[in-house]
Every structure is written in structure tokens, then in C-alpha cells.
Write a protein that binds this ligand. Structure first.
Ligand code: PLP
Length: 430
């Protein structure tokens, strides 16, 4: 069988000129996750031997906790473990990361979990974890000489790409489903005048992006042709959780799943930290969270099969609405092998999860976080998650982006005239 042409070094996403020495830090090559075939670093995402997905392989130096602690308070403190150059801080980017890890005592009491933490990634520059992956993709795009920075997106990624592109001074084109939440559309359009709304769902937008990537010169689609570099950014979530816990891994972690990239990379991060001797080698369980209206991985998990059947999304959790998840099979493997699970919840449970996190911890999450909190509750109730073990729940995005999801279920307790008598009449006084 002849090698596919789409993914050869001569294809798009790069401009002319050689890649500079050290452009990808300690990254050694791209390696196929299926057959382990190695390919030179470049804008490639599919194995030329078996079409499996490529990911970054490294030759890591000795890295100490002290070196990391001396770094900047953003993801570049882990630059030795990422495919970025040692002078990455010199290039304008959005400098995401080092978000808060909150002890969630009130939420823990509600859910019956003794030792619960929330990793709150809604405080990143464009209010979602996507700033992490985009920062790494931007570095790769720049080093590969790309002239256009682009993505198909369920919303948050478009926000992050548009903002990072603006700061880097690179042309940015972002593609979204046209029915996306209005705040997410505005959040992209404010940073770029090249937002393209496509009449279709995310999977249609993604297909279009792959086609454009094959045709247009010099385009770096962050989650298509530079996906291996992009995906590595999610590892920083895992590194930060371990560092913020005092260089320890949690016993259990609950992560929302759309394409599944984030979950697989947090697991990769934990494995790297163990291999590098930065944390103690111990078991940890990984749990995936989906909304029932788009739960292909959860369906496969429950059916005890590896066959993930694509679905047509129908849920308020639009950021998780990927019906054909690229990394779904790896999510299944990790969750099963670690003793975790994949679970899903209804849209009403998603809304309830949003309100619960807000009223217990003062964190306003978007629908993805509502899904994760609600799934955590269900995992406890069904006995799948051990409430006695230290648990981290990841909040990946901010609630102001999905206001409509909850605006119908919360409102003012009373509307009154400005008088004390009127206030007394509400019954809200002491
Ligand atoms: C807020 C939020 N959480 C979680 C995810 C899921 O990420 P992944 O595709 O890596 O599974 C997304 C994806 O867009 C997202 O926007």
C-alpha cells in the first residue's frame, strides 16, 4: 500500500524555510499511537504506515521540582516537557495556566466526598482550558512558518485561537457551528474579523477544516494538522494538579470528554511525572464525563465494547458536542485500565450541576463543568467513585459563555419598591 500524501512533509501548514534548531525543545519525533512508527517532527497527524494518530515522543533531560518552581507562573514553567523552544517566553502568546486548585469542602459535603478539589480552568485568559492547547499549537505554527492560524471549534477553542492569534499578530480564521452560543461567537469575533459560522454540527465543521487543510498553503489548523503539538498543552493541567497538591497525584480525577484529547493527555502527564521521578508511582482512577445527548464514549463504556458509534449531538453541553471523538478509544482504555469509568448525565442534571458548583463553591462553570459535577454526583451515587479517596474535578470553562443554559432556572428572589416595608414583605429579613 502506498503512503498517503496528505500527511507527508511536503504538505501544507508550513511556509518555506527550514525549521530552526531546538524549535520543539526536547521533543524527538512523532510516534504513532497504534503501531509506534516514528516520523520526523512536522505538520503531520496521521501515521504514514497505518493512519493511526501521531503524538509527540521526547528525550527528556533530568528535570527537578526546583527548576519547575523557579519558572514563570504559567504553562511555560513546564516547557522542558512540552514541544516548545527553550526561549518560548520571548514569543507573544496568551500565557495561560497556573490556575487555582480549590479545596471544595462545601461541594464535597454535598456529594459525600471527603477530600475534594476543583481545578478551576475558567480563569485562563479566554476563560477555558483551551488557552493551554492553543499556546502550544501557536508555538508549533510559528516554528513551522505557518501564515494562517485556524481551527474548527465547539466554541472555546475558537475563542482561544482568535485571542492568541491577535496577540501573536498572525492571521486567524476560526470555524464554528452556526448554532453556537452567542457569547462564544462574540468572544471569537471580538479578536478576529475572520470568524466563519458553518451551517452544520461540529463534525461537519471538522470535516470542512480537514479539507481546507489539504488544499490551502500555509494554514496551521491547531486541532487538525498540528494536533500532536496542540494536544500536548493539556498535559499542563495534569502537571499543575500534581504540583499544586505538593507533588502528589490524586487518587481519582473526573474529566469532561468531547474529543477525549484532554483526558488522554492528563493521563500522559501523570505517567511522565512518575517516569521522571517527580511524583511517587501510585494508582489513580480516571473518570470521563459526557452529556447524555452526546455520549458516544459513555455508551461504548456501558456496552463493554471498543466500538464507538458516532452520534448526532443533541445537548445543551455544546462544548462537549463531538459526535465522533478522535480519542474516544484511548479514553475507554485509560478509564477501564485505571479502574475508573465513563458516565453521562441529562441536560437537567447538567443545569443542576452548574447551580450546585456555584452555590457551594462560588464558581460559575459552563455546561461542560456542569456535566462534570453532575457526573461526579452520579458516580458517587452508583458506587463507581470511592467517596473516601482524594478526588479532583476539572472545571474547564466559564459560565458566562453559556448563560442561556441556566438563565431560565435562576432569577431574582424578589423585585420590590425601594422601601424597608417592601423589603420586610419579602420575608427575607432576619
Ligand atoms: C469547556 C470544555 N471542556 C471540555 C472540552 C473537551 O475537551 P476534549 O475535546 O479534549 O475532550 C471542551 C472541548 O471543546 C471544552 O470546550
Amino acid at each position: 500500500m502506498s503512503a498517503p500524501t496528505i500527511d507527508q512533509p511536503t504538505t501544507t501548514a508550513t511556509g518555506p524555510g527550514p525549521v530552526r534548531e531546538g524549535a520543539f525543545g526536547n521533543a524527538r519525533s512523532l510516534v504513532c499511537r497504534e503501531c509506534r512508527h516514528e516520523v520526523d517532527l512536522g505538520p503531520h497527524y496521521a501515521c504514514p504506515e497505518c493512519f493511526g494518530p501521531l503524538e509527540i515522543a521526547y528525550d527528556f533531560p533530568v528535570v527537578t521540582r526546583e527548576e519547575i518552581a523557579a519558572g514563570p507562573r504559567n504553562i511555560w514553567r513546564y516547557k522542558a516537557l512540552l514541544p516548545v523552544p527553550t526561549d518560548i517566553e520571548q514569543s507573544p502568546n496568551t500565557e495561560p495556566g497556573f490556575t487555582r486548585l480549590l479545596k471544595a469542602t462545601n461541594l464535597g459535603a454535598e456529594l459525600g466526598i471527603d477530600n475534594l478539589w476543583v481545578k478551576d480552568d475558567s480563569t485562563n485568559p479566554t476563560n477555558s482550558f483551551k488557552d493551554r492547547v492553543v499556546a502550544c499549537a501557536l508555538s508549533a505554527a510559528r516554528e513551522l512558518g505557518a501564515t494562517t492560524f485556524a481551527c474548527p471549534s465547539t466554541g472555546n477553542l475558537a475563542n482561544a485561537v482568535a485571542a492568541a492569534g491577535a496577540r501573536a499578530g498572525i492571521r486567524t480564521v476560526v470555524f464554528i457551528p452556526s448554532n453556537l452560543e452567542q457569547p462564544k461567537q462574540v468572544n471569537s469575533a471580538i479578536f478576529t474579523d475572520q470568524l466563519v459560522a458553518v451551517n452544520g454540527n461540529y463534525d461537519d465543521v471538522n470535516k470542512l477544516a480537514s479539507e481546507i487543510a489539504g488544499e490551502e498553503e500555509g494554514w496551521a489548523f491547531v486541532n487538525v494538522n498540528v494536533r500532536p503539538f496542540y494536544a500536548e498543552g493539556s498535559k499542563t493541567l495534569g502537571y499543575e494538579i500534581a504540583e499544586q497538591l505538593g507533588w502528589r497525584l490524586p487518587d481519582q480525577i473526573v474529566i469532561p470528554v468531547a474529543s477525549g484529547s484532554q483526558l488522554t493527555k492528563v493521563h500522559k502527564a501523570f505517567q511522565e511525572l512518575i517516569a521522571l521521578g517527580l511524583v511517587e508511582d501510585k494508582p489513580y482512577r480516571v473518570f470521563g464525563a459526557q452529556a447524555t445527548g452526546c455520549s458516544p464514549v459513555s455508551i461504548a463504556y456501558k456496552a463493554e465494547t471498543d466500538a464507538i458509534r458516532p452520534v448526532k449531538p443533541d445537548t445543551i453541553a455544546k462544548s462537549l458536542a463531538i459526535g465522533n471523538p478522535a480519542d474516544g478509544i484511548y479514553v475507554l482504555d485509560i478509564c477501564r485500565e485505571s479502574g475508573g469509568a465513563v458516565e453521562d448525565v441529562s441536560d437537567d442534571e447538567v443545569r443542576a450541576g452548574i447551580v450546585l458548583l456555584a452555590r457551594t463553591e462560588g464558581i460559575f462553570t459552563e455546561t461542560a463543568g456542569g456535566t462534570t459535577v453532575a457526573v461526579t454526583r452520579k458516580l458517587v451515587e452508583t458506587g463507581q467513585l470511592d467517596p473516601a479517596l482524594e478526588t479532583v474535578v476539572i472545571n474547564t470553562g466559564h459560565g458566562l459563555k453559556t448563560l442561556d443554559a441556566v438563565s431560565g432556572i435562576v432569577s431574582a428572589a424578589a423585585t420590590i419598591e425601594p422601601s424597608y416595608d417592601a423589603f420586610r414583605a419579602t420575608g427575607l429579613g432576619a
